[in-house]
Design a protein around this ligand. Structure first.
Ligand code: NAI
Length: 328
């Protein structure tokens, strides 16, 4: 029998996990042949709510779900984990600045990075969803010196998926026709969905959608501000679509990227396109199906694109400076 993959998830009693965990257990992330064990991590105050989530997981009788463990101790939660999805964190409260949020969440990712370093399996792969996800992933990576750096990533897949749908709708095609969507930089409203490389039905998106004003204006704004639009409409932040994006992120990291296409993940920069080495920056990447990936190099970026790519880099450097005491 195939050995189950151990999937550790933090923030497991929260809104995103309430949709995500059931889909992972159904085999939508690692495939219908891969049994899994869920290792669910929460804070002590949320353990009771988490026990209710576990009862519901039990009541689904998922054939692939070979076990569920729950804990409020990160060391136990990441023990032998092969995949870690870091969703949990403190939400942004009223009047809180982004820098306050960064400071409030920083220590959580210090602890979790150390716990991953000391306990996870040798092939551990990490995606950080909890915001500010790029900087949280940077903190976790710095606190896990024995884990290869490229195993730490942050999620910009929701931005990619949002961009795909907006473009498909404008072009009047199915979402599957839209490829080569690269999200650059920070998962924040400085993020840059670079439409210059995107293809629609194999043609340049800029040839299919000739309205450049729409691409630079409404399209960019819709993608960059979508999170806020959902909060305004729903009274709560995006949860099901965020969980879906995390599943997409890990699934696509685990299999080869289709030839000619790419996906978006925030990964430690190795200096590509002049982005400072070590910053957790979202690039277009291609995965090899064996757990490795490479940043797509050699893309021809206009001055307009370079300006946006630099602006989001500047924001990431500022965030890094706020947490510099937590970086080793
Ligand atoms: P939520 O507030 O419903 O759930 C968060 C959970 O994390 C809570 O159950 C809380 O008890 C838990 N938690 C807090 N500290 C923890 C710790 N140290 N260890 C383990 N668990 C801990 O929030 P929701 O809606 O599930 O969102 C979670 C995060 O995802 C937020 O930071 C949100 O901003 C972020 N997010 C990221 C997106 C992205 O595209 N990267 C998109 C949408 C949300």
């Amino acid at each position: 029998m195939t050995t189950p993959v151990r999937v550790a998830v933090t923030g497991a009693a929260g809104a995103i996990c309430y949709s995500m965990l059931f889909r992972i257990a159904a085999g939508e992330m690692l495939g219908k042949d891969t049994p899994i064990i869920l290792q669910l991590i929460e804070i002590p105050q949320a353990m009771q709510a988490l026990s209710g989530v576990v009862m519901e997981l039990d009541d689904c009788a998922f054939p692939l779900l070979h076990g569920v463990e729950i804990t409020d101790d990160a060391n136990k939660g990441f023990k032998d984990a092969n995949v870690a999805i870091l969703v949990g964190g403190r939400p942004r409260g009223p009047g809180m600045l982004r820098s306050d949020l960064i400071q409030a969440n920083g220590p959580i990712f210090t602890t979790q990075g150390k716990a991953i370093n000391d306990n996870a399996a040798d092939d551990i792969r990490v995606v950080v969803v909890g915001n500010p996800c790029n900087t949280n992933a940077l903190i976790a990576m710095h606190n896990a010196p024995d884990v290869p750096r490229e195993r730490f990533t942050a999620m910009t897949r929701l931005d990619e998926n949002r961009a795909k749908t907006q473009l498909a709708r404008k072009a009047g095609v199915l979402v599957s026709e839209v490829t080569n969507v690269g999200i650059w930089g920070n998962h924040s409203n400085t993020m840059f969905p670079s439409f210059e490389q995107i293809k629609i039905g194999g043609k340049a998106a800029t040839d299919v959608i000739t309205d450049r004003e729409w691409l630079e204006g409404e399209f960019m704004k819709t993608v960059q501000l979508r999170g806020k639009a959902i909060i305004d409409a729903r009274g709560a932040s995006s949860a099901a679509s965020a969980g879906n994006a995390a599943i997409d992120h890990i699934r696509d990291w685990s299999r080869p990227t289709p030839a000619g296409d790419w996906i978006s993940m925030a990964v430690p920069s190795q200096g590509q396109y002049g982005i400072e080495e070590g910053l957790m920056y979202s690039f277009p990447v291609r995965c090899d199906g064996k757990g490795g990936y490479e940043i797509v190099e050699g893309l021809d970026l206009s001055d307009y694109a370079m300006e946006k790519i630099r602006a989001t880099e500047t924001e990431l450097k500022e965030e890094r400076d706020v947490v510099k005491d937590l970086l080793k």
